[in-house]
Structure formats: C-alpha cells, structure tokens
Design a protein around this ligand. Sequence first.
Ligand SMILES: [Zn+2]
Ligand SMILES: [Zn+2]
Length: 132
Amino acid sequence: MDCPVCREPMIVLEHEAIEVDYCLSCKGVWLDAGELELLFGDAAACAAFLDAGDAARAKGEKPRRCPVCRRKMEKGVTGGGAPVTYDRCPRGEGLWFDEGELAQVLKHGATDDRQGAVVGFLRDVFPDEAAR
Ligand SMILES: [Zn+2]
Ligand SMILES: [Zn+2]
C-alpha cells in the first residue's frame, strides 16, 4: 500500500492482533477498519470519540486519497483535550493519521483501563512516540 501523502510504499508494523501501515518518510499511519476499535477496546466509545470534535477545525487541510480505494477521504476531528484532524475513507475502509496523531488519539481517547494496552502498543510499534 502506498502512503496517501507522499505515495511511498508503507511498511507493515504488527502488535498482537493489530497491523498498521506506516510510512517511513512522513511517519503517518494507516489503520484498517476495526483496528482502532481493537485498541480502544470498545467500538461505540471509539466511534463517539472520532466524531466528537468540531469538524470546522478540519478546514484547510489538504484532501487525501484513500490508499485502498483511491477515493477522496473525508476529514474528521476527534474529541479530547487535544483534538486531532484525521482522514477517513468514505467507504469505511480505514483511517489515516499524520505523524504523532495516532499516539495523541490513543492517549486521549482510550478508556483508563485500556491505557496499559495503549502504552504497550505505542512502545512496541512507535517507540519514539511512546517516549513523548
Ligand atoms: Zn508518507
Ligand atoms: Zn477507501
């Protein structure tokens, strides 16, 4: 799969049942549908967090194309103390986060009893970001 930002081939990083595609050049991350829910541990809480932000904040970010279906992705803004603007495949195939944003989403969005799992995931997959 190629990165939707720089069109370089991404590498696959694995942690337990979760696989993410990672771009070495821009450090963005693609998550297939369902993977963020696994990290959150609760699909409803995950969906609510992803839609909790003010979508007006997403204005000005360049549209990107889904690396799976090539359709133009939709912007979303998360809730939490540090809202993140992300891209979402219009067909629901997955989510794109720019550098560092996935770590922010997990730290602010996952419930307290998932924080241990989140920290383990970040340390395993993104050691640089876990340390921030
Ligand atoms: Zn990239
Ligand atoms: Zn797509």
